[in-house]
Design a binder for this molecule. Structure first.
Ligand SMILES: [Zn+2]
Length: 247
C-alpha cells in the first residue's frame, strides 16, 4: 500500500470514515485504471482550509509547483512535526477541513475523486497534463484566471466528469442528483435570506459556489470527453506564447 492518510487536527475522530471513503474512491478508479495508485507514494492530507479555487481540494506534485512550495511554507509556519514525513511523498492530495467535517458522503466523494482524477491525468496523460499546467500558469500571468475560466479548463472538466461518474457508481445516480439539487437550493436560499449587512465578498463567494455546483450538475457524463483533444485545441490558441514561456 503506497498511499497514506494524515490529518492535521487535534480532533480527528473523522479520520477513519474519511479514509474509508477515499479508499472506496481509489477502488472505483482502479476498476478503470488497474492498480494505478500502486505506482506512486501518495499522501491524502486532510488539512485546514488553505487554498481555494472554488474547490476544496488540491492535487500537488512534489517540488514542481507553486502549490507545493506554499504547502511546505504553511506547514513550516505552523511548526508541523509531520513535515519531514510529508516530504517523502511524491504526490499530496490535499483535502480541506470543510470536506473532512461535512456531512454529505456525496460531497466528500465528489471532491476526493476530482483530485484523484488529476493524479490519473498526470499518470495516464502526462503530456496533456503538463500542457494544462502551463496554460493555467499563462492565464494567471495574464490575469485571466477567474473561477469560470478555471472550471471550464479541459483538466477541470475531465476531473469533474470522472468524479461525477465515481459518485454515481458509489452512491447511485439519484442520490447524487438529489444532493446537487439540494446543495444549489441551499446556497440560493442563503443568498435570498442574507441580511443586508452581509458583505459583498461573501455574496460573491456564494454566487460562485452556485455556479460551481450548477456546472457539476449540468455535466452530462454520457457525453464522452477527450482530455487530450480538448487540451490540444486550447494549446493551439496559445501555442506561441506557451512555447515562449517554457523556454
Ligand atoms: Zn481540479
Amino acid at each position: 500500500m503506497h498511499h497514506h492518510f494524515l490529518d492535521n487536527y487535534p480532533n480527528s475522530a473523522n479520520l477513519q470514515s474519511n479514509e474509508n471513503i477515499a479508499l472506496e474512491v481509489i477502488k472505483t478508479i482502479e476498476i478503470k485504471h488497474q492498480d494505478i495508485f500502486k505506482n506512486h507514494n501518495i499522501l491524502f492530507f486532510f488539512d485546514r482550509d488553505r487554498f481555494r479555487n472554488g474547490e476544496f481540494g488540491v492535487f500537488i506534485i512534489k517540488d514542481s509547483s507553486e502549490n507545493y512550495a506554499q504547502l511546505i511554507d504553511n506547514l513550516e509556519r505552523d511548526n508541523i512535526s509531520n513535515i519531514i514525513k510529508i516530504r517523502t511523498y511524491q504526490f499530496v492530495i490535499l483535502i480541506s477541513q470543510y470536506i473532512f467535517d461535512c456531512e454529505d458522503k456525496e460531497e466528500k466523494i465528489l471532491t476526493i475523486a476530482h483530485e484523484c482524477q488529476h493524479y490519473v491525468q498526470h499518470v495516464v496523460h502526462p503530456s496533456s497534463s503538463e500542457k494544462a499546467r502551463k496554460i493555467i500558469r499563462l492565464y494567471k500571468t495574464k490575469g485571466m484566471l477567474d473561477n469560470k475560466i478555471y472550471r471550464n479548463l479541459p483538466s477541470e472538466k475531465d476531473a469533474f466528469m470522472e468524479a461525477k461518474k465515481t459518485a454515481y457508481g458509489l452512491c447511485g445516480r439519484l442520490k447524487v442528483d438529489v444532493f446537487l439539487d439540494k446543495k444549489i437550493r441551499a446556497i440560493q436560499n442563503m443568498i435570498e435570506t442574507a441580511s443586508p449587512s452581509i458583505n459583498k465578498k461573501r455574496i460573491l463567494e456564494l454566487e460562485n459556489d452556485i455556479s460551481y455546483w450548477s456546472h457539476l450538475d449540468s455535466l452530462e457524463i454520457e457525453n464522452s470527453y477527450n482530455f487530450d483533444e480538448e487540451i490540444d485545441e486550447l494549446w493551439k490558441i496559445y501555442e506561441k506564447e506557451l512555447n515562449f514561456e517554457s523556454r
